[in-house]
Design a binder for this molecule. Structure first.
Ligand SMILES: Cc1cc2nc3c(=O)[nH]c(=O)nc-3n(C[C@H](O)[C@H](O)[C@H](O)COP(=O)(O)OP(=O)(O)OC[C@H]3O[C@@H](n4cnc5c(N)ncnc54)[C@H](O)[C@@H]3O)c2cc1C
Length: 394
């Protein structure tokens, strides 16, 4: 990707920046060009993952320009995000294991992600460009994510879970449900066939610097299917003198966060703000203290890049009176003297968040009660509510 595109991948951690992206959406151009790396995608994902805006805000913003068919590509893609959340709600931690066997047994794949992949030195331009874009910006186009995941799993024989954990930490929009379930879809452990791609596909959808003639992917789909079903990995690249890839961090780098501080909230109402509800906070109640929280339990399991920590910390600094980093027990103890504690419910915090008054975030669709086996089943049941609700869709 060239410098110009890198510049357009800057994500300012403000609600105004998220709203500007919503206002810039052009649904017809989106539907026409979504699969192209230079297509008119929204780049809203970091703002959606971190709760600056909701899927409802996106749809409402788009509908200001006129009605959309309910089956419009953009509405459908927003639906995918909710489908993955729906699966996570029903499956819980089971989404972090293969949902069923893929093309090969789990044991056929390595659990180590090789350094040439981490550093973007595989020698396959599409993969190296993808890794450099990821590390340099914290964002990757959907098609590039699919190519990267497919190469990692089916050609290099790395277990999808190792790739998913690594990608999750580097993405500003890293979302456990969308990310890990998409990897399973590519791997074939959450779908019925492996996702494969070749050099012709890259040449059609990516700028020329990404084209990869003469590499392992420059072959037909029959040969790729054969490679995917064989336990032998294709060779990796030779490591040159590049900087080692930046590590993922279990705690925010630099200043800003303190240990939980009971004195700061003693006798006051508290609103907890976390990394998944960074939108406009509700109006302040009298005397309310807003505390940003990061829990050690979560982040030691799911470390983030420095870039992602900065994105989240800058927003927390702008809306909170204090920022705490601690274990759930430490946060809970410090909140003991607060008169009341409010927080937005969120699956990321569920296992660890201290007792508080959880407010449910609004969903875009009416989720059916049972687990839907497929996206189309979910869509057919859930999107009915959307049109019945008269959301200006036709
Ligand atoms: C291997 C892999 C890993 C992924 N990891 C994540 C992740 O960690 N977080 C994440 O939000 N998305 C993830 N996705 C889904 C998708 O790639 C991104 O949501 C999308 O590329 C974000 O860019 P955008 O906002 O410009 O998307 P747009 O195409 O403009 O779509 C608008 C919004 O719709 C939702 N959306 C679009 N496509 C998808 C999709 N296929 N699945 C789920 N939601 C979708 C997103 O919220 C997105 O912001 C992953 C996909 C793959 C193949």
């Amino acid at each position: 990707m060239n410098g110009q595109l890198f510049d357009s991948l800057e994500f300012e951690p403000t609600v105004a920046a998220a709203r500007a992206r919503i206002a810039a959406i052009r649904p017809a151009a989106y539907a026409r060009s979504r699969n192209h790396l230079e297509g008119a995608v929204t780049r809203l994902s970091p703002y959606l993952t971190h709760g600056f805006v909701t899927l409802r805000d996106v749809l409402a913003g788009v509908l200001l320009h006129g009605p959309l068919p309910i089956q419009h590509k953009l509405v459908y893609e927003l639906g995918w995000r909710e489908y993955f959340q729906h699966v996570w709600q029903h499956e819980g931690d089971a989404i972090f294991e293969s949902l069923h066997e893929g093309v090969l047994p789990d044991a056929a794949y390595s659990r180590e992600l090789p350094d040439d992949i981490r550093q973007g030195q595989t020698g396959v331009p599409v993969i190296d460009q993808a890794v450099r874009t990821l590390v340099g910006t914290g964002y990757l186009h959907n098609h590039a994510r699919m190519w990267l995941a497919s190469y990692v799993v089916h050609l290099r024989k790395v277990h999808w879970r190792s790739g998913a954990d690594w990608l999750y930490g580097h993405l500003l929009d890293g979302d456990l449900a969308s990310n890990h379930l998409s990897w399973q879809w590519v791997a074939g452990t959450g779908s019925h066939k492996p996702y494969l791609f070749n050099a012709d596909n890259v040449a059609r959808y990516a700028p020329s610097a990404w084209h990869s003639p003469g590499t392992a992917i420059d072959t037909d789909y029959g040969a790729l299917d054969h490679l995917a079903r064989s336990p032998r990995a294709v060779p990796g690249g030779r490591l040159g003198a590049r900087e080692p890839a930046p590590p993922l961090l279990p705690a925010p780098p630099g200043a800003g966060f303190t240990a939980p501080d009971a004195a700061a909230v003693q006798g006051r109402p508290v609103r907890l703000i976390h990394a998944w509800n960074l939108g406009e906070p509700l109006a302040r109640a009298p005397g309310e203290c807003r505390i940003g929280v990061a829990l050690r339990e979560f982040h030691s399991r799911w470390p983030w890049s420095e870039r992602r920590w900065q994105f989240v910390s800058e927003r927390l600094r702008a809306v909170c009176d204090g920022m705490w980093l601690g274990t759930a027990a430490e946060v809970q103890a410090a909140l003991g003297g607060a008169t009341v504690v409010h927080r937005q419910a969120d699956r990321h915090m569920e296992a660890w968040t201290p007792q508080a008054d959880p407010v449910q975030a609004p969903t875009l669709l009416d989720w059916p009660p049972g687990r839907c086996a497929s996206f189309s089943q979910f869509w057919n049941r859930a999107a009915k509510g959307l049109s019945e609700a008269g959301e200006l869709l036709r």
